[in-house]
Design a binder for this molecule. Structure first.
Ligand code: RVP
Length: 498
């Protein structure tokens, strides 16, 4: 027999980081990192492409707080593209292609449009895109909703003395105009009166409120989205790109599948996708990472089986304990200058630090974020405590949703299976405790990372893998690491037993 036993694989719980001499102050560390070759972010965290974790609301919250969200793909192409649109329009320095409304639209339809995009007013343009007015909630405030069906935008919009700015207005001048006329929206027009953009006061406030936000060159929040490799994947990728997606994630449970690598190569060689970065995954070995790099990805995502809802390692007996997987993949990634994302298996903030020391540039979180307010789904009450649904994308619930089509069965290479009882799930469904708003959860996770950086003496993320060293521990060491010999009587914001 050939030698078939590889080295020992280690999980996050198998190691601790050694403390070092340090001059680092936790609140002053720099956590900026590369998400992909071309995109940086201030916080090394990504929300998972899962239908109980990332839709537009989560993606907006992640980007505002310095990370990024990957919109899941268990949605029709149109619905997923619409979610990209919602994120891209949620906040922007200057909206170059603002939503507009025609003067003949009823107030009822206008109301629906504003509700869908969470906006409070729109520029009104004629069929030549010339600005004829603006309608905001100030114009609608005293109109009874019974009248919404027969009143039209033209009847109530503000059309006299419209305040507008020139197409190439500076941010400072726009701010001055908004302040001087006490208005919330400033339409920008060219010399013939065509609408060329829109600046809103909300965006100035948001910029001050979220200084770390992950934004594109136009000041819009960045967003990523998952795609597959089969059938409609190409169409999906094109629709997402048209909606303004920043990053496409070729999202599979086995990135070494030839068909997934072919998809990556195809996208990377098509000039239509030039402005979009591609993340490929998942792999768990150095050779897997190299295959992704050779196919041309802009970041490699690592993780086969570490996810908290994942059963691949027991169903298929396949996987690599995550710390070793990240370390091995990162060796190939470093040599090629391609960032590496540690996906799955992160439960405590200390695990993030371990992943970064092992060579990851950022981490992807599922279970940690599924209990947040911004994750899709309602809270449920169980034994007097609030919970939210969390399920694997390879679970029965995601691959055979009742009364709905599953768009993500191909993540587990089972798109050809038509009958529900022939699906072989690789994930489970359950509930995680409700954890409140994302910013508080992320604050604790990244706050923990700041503390790690202080202990190991790293001022920034690159210094983590230079200075960080692991010590392997035993079961007794792990027991000693967790609270012991105490009945906990108060909940800590950053600690819960497994
Ligand atoms: P965790 O953060 O440990 O909850 O893991 C989340 C990751 O698990 C996802 O980003 C994805 O890579 C993986 N996943 C998602 N669904 C499944 C499954 O059903 N097996 N696994």
């Amino acid at each position: 027999l050939p030698p078939i036993f590889a080295q020992l694989g280690l999980a996050y719980d198998d190691v601790l980081l050694l403390p070092n001499e340090t001059d680092v102050i936790p609140s002053e560390v720099d956590t900026s990192t590369h998400l992909t070759r071309n995109i940086t972010m201030k916080v090394p965290a990504i929300s998972a492409a899962m239908d109980t974790v990332t839709e537009a609301e989560m993606a907006i919250a992640m980007a505002r707080n310095g990370g990024i969200g990957v919109l899941h793909r268990n949605l029709s192409i149109d619905d997923q593209a619409a979610q990209v649109d919602v994120v891209k329009r949620s906040e922007s320095g200057m909206i170059t292609d603002p939503l507009t409304v025609n003067p003949d639209v009823t107030l009822a339809d206008l109301d629906k449009l504003c509700g869908k995009f969470h906006i409070s007013g729109l520029p009104v343009v004629d069929h030549e895109n010339k600005l004829v007015g603006i309608i905001t909630n100030r114009d609608m405030r005293f109109i009874p909703s019974e009248d919404y069906d027969h009143l039209r935008v033209r009847d109530v919009m503000t059309k006299e003395n419209l305040i507008t700015g020139p197409a190439n207005i500076s941010k400072a001048d726009a701010h001055d105009l908004l302040a001087k006329f006490k208005i919330e929206k400033l339409p920008l027009v060219d010399s013939e009166g065509h609408l060329t953009g829109l600046i809103t006061v909300k965006d100035f406030v948001k910029t001050e409120q979220y200084p770390d936000a992950t934004k594109d060159e136009q000041g819009r929040l960045r967003v990523a989205a998952g795609i597959g490799y089969l059938g409609d994947a190409w169409q999906r990728a094109s629709a997402l790109m048209e909606a303004g997606v920043d990053v496409l994630v070729v999202d599979t449970a086995n990135g070494e599948a030839k068909i997934a690598l072919d998809m990556i190569r195809r996208i990377k060689s098509d000039s239509a996708f030039k402005g979009v970065d591609i993340i490929g995954g998942n792999i768990a070995t150095r050779q897997g990472a190299q295959a992704m790099i050779d196919a041309g990805v802009d970041a490699v995502k690592v993780g086969v089986g570490p996810g908290s809802i994942c059963t691949t390692r027991v169903v298929a007996g396949v996987g690599v304990p995550q710390l070793t997987a990240v370390y091995e993949a990162a060796r190939a990634c470093r040599a090629a200058g391609v960032p590496c994302i540690a996906d799955g298996g992160i439960h405590y903030s200390g695990d993030i630090a371990k992943a970064l020391v092992a060579g990851a540039s950022s981490v992807m979180l599922g279970g940690v974020l599924a209990g947040c307010e911004e994750a899709p789904g309602e809270k449920v009450l169980l034994h007097g405590k609030q919970y939210k649904l969390y399920r694997g994308m390879g679970s029965m619930g995601a691959m055979a949703p009742r009364g709905k089509k599953s768009y993500s069965k191909d993540r587990y290479f089972q798109s050809d299976v038509t009958s529900t009882d022939k699906i072989v799930p690789e994930g489970v469904e359950g509930e995680v405790p409700y954890r409140g708003p994302l910013n508080a959860v992320l604050y604790q996770m990244i706050g923990g990372l700041h503390q790690s950086m202080f202990y190991i003496g790293a001022h920034n993320i690159p210094e983590m893998s230079e200075k960080g060293r692991f010590i392997r521990i035993t079961d007794a060491g792990l027991r000693e690491s967790h609270p012991h010999d105490i009945v906990m009587t108060a909940e800590a914001p950053n600690y819960s037993g497994r």
